[in-house]
Design a protein around this ligand. Structure first.
Ligand code: ATP
Ligand code: DP6
Length: 409
């Protein structure tokens, strides 16, 4: 992998670029737009970009004078290229390339060509695991490299999916709300790189990898229309929280980081409940995980793990490296894999030699839940990671040398 210049190969008139991009999980949630077209949020947000070793989108884009029309394939299936968000990203990239072509003539070179886009996620799509964030960040990064557009393009990723703008950077990233009408100042900025907090770990407990009932876009529209709480949250809660969270990250203060993370997740889900008709993203397993975390923290007299939930029942836990074995053992004890689920080895992904830890009886008593086999499908162990990467090895491209999807083996 290389983070440098685009992998432009003028093979028989074809230019091709392949990139990967990460998922991000917000600790201050974005929920609600003030402008649907431009995807401008009603409050700023802040997230942790997750390592691409476990979760990432991979996209190859190609431009050629031989292509008859723009085409796109996602996870092996051709998709309609007319999807408005895709059109928006393509249109914005071409507009920027046109604007910049007098500065760098290569930016304009491909303007007459159609593009082929092929993308894959190495994790379930549309299951509340932020696939749209990784997917649109990857698309925009690849197109920007293809058209030789340098500099920040998070305002374009934002128009694919709001949270995607935060996946344009690694580490700890904020999305500023912005004040300008055209949204030019509503962009993502890195607060600190991933290496800033090397002990921080992330456990994603996949409760249900199926497609969710109410998508984020539709859900937040109804919330903005009907919830008084979301307005109060945006005006009176998030601005100071965002600053406190930023500070907690800069100081690596896990107590404050954890407390704000949990409170903000809870308030986001409260705005969903305050929506009319209400939206329920958490299920019984999510609620049991919330209890588990609070009882675990109470047992130790401090915050050792913090949960957050996006628009779905899957739990994301932030914790420090030293506590991973204990928290994993607790999750395994109270949410053991069912016999039909998967083998023990597969239950925790991303931690090849997860040590088994014996849990003291007092801790199990403190948590005091009824074990619920099979309700957590699997757990992904990961950490903060880097922003989008360019792949230079043609073997890793999803399109062949003529710009068509490679045959799946
Ligand atoms: N690799 C990708 N390339 C392009 N678009 C993608 C990619 N992955 C996902 N998408 C788009 O994102 C949509 C899924 O977004 P949706 O918000 O429903 O789910 P999610 O992102 O997994 O969940 P959430 O945003 O709540 O965490 C897909 O239907 C597709 O349009
Ligand atoms: C709960 C969230 O994950 C909501 C993400 O919403 P999306 O970014 O998926 O919504 P659109 O902008 O409509 O595409 C919180 C967050 O990531 O900040």
């Amino acid at each position: 992998m290389e983070n440098g210049r685009a992998n432009m190969k003028p093979v028989t008139g074809i230019s091709q670029v392949t990139c990967t991009a990460p998922v991000n999980i917000a600790v201050i949630k974005y929920w609600g737009k003030r402008d649907e077209q431009l995807v401008l949020p009603i409050n700023p947000s802040l997230s942790v970009t997750l390592s691409q070793d476990q979760l990432c989108a991979r996209t190859t884009v190609a431009a050629s004078a031989d292509f008859k029309r723009d085409r796109v394939w996602l996870n092996g299936q051709e998709q309609s290229v007319d999807a408005p968000r895709l059109q928006k990203c393509l249109g914005e990239i071409r507009r920027l390339a046109r604007k910049r072509k007098h500065k760098d003539e290569r930016a304009g070179d491909l303007l007459g060509s159609c593009v082929h886009v092929c993308s894959e996620n190495n994790f379930p799509t549309a299951a509340g695991l932020a696939s749209s964030a990784a997917g649109y960040a990857c698309l925009v990064q690849s197109l920007a490299k293809l058209f030789h557009i340098d500099g920040d393009v998070s305002h374009i990723a934002r128009q694919g999916s709001g949270s995607a703008c935060r996946s344009m950077y690694g580490g700890f990233v904020e999305w500023t709300m912005g004040r300008l009408e055209d949204g030019a100042d509503s962009v993502a900025k890195q607060v600190a790189p991933a290496e800033h907090w090397p002990e921080l770990r992330v456990l994603v407990a996949v409760v249900n990898a199926g497609k969710k009932a109410v998508g984020s876009t539709e859900g937040m529209q109804t919330t903005v229309k009907t919830s008084a709480l979301v307005k109060y949250r945006a005006e009176h809660v998030v601005p100071s929280r965002q600053e406190d969270m930023r500070q907690a990250i800069l100081e690596r203060d896990f107590q404050t980081f954890g407390e704000i993370t949990m409170k903000d997740s809870n308030q986001f889900h409260a705005t969903c409940l305050d929506t009319y008709p209400p939206i329920f993203y958490l299920n019984e397993t999510s609620k049991h995980i919330i209890h588990l975390v609070h009882r675990y923290n109470r047992h130790h007299g401090k915050i050792k793990a913090a949960y957050t939930f996006d628009a779905g029942p899957n739990a994301v836990l932030y914790l420090l490296q030293d506590d991973v074995p204990e928290v994993l053992a607790l999750l395994r004890h109270f949410f053991p894999p069912s016999s039909t689920n998967n083998s023990e080895r597969e239950f925790v992904q991303g931690l090849p030699d997860a040590n088994r830890k014996d849990l003291p009886a007092e801790l199990l008593n403190s948590v005091g839940l009824e074990p619920s086999p099979g309700s957590v499908q699997y757990i992904i162990h990961t950490r903060a990671g880097q922003g989008p990467q360019v792949l230079t090895d043609p073997q890793q491209a999803l399109l062949d040398e003529k710009g068509w999807p490679k045959k799946q083996n």
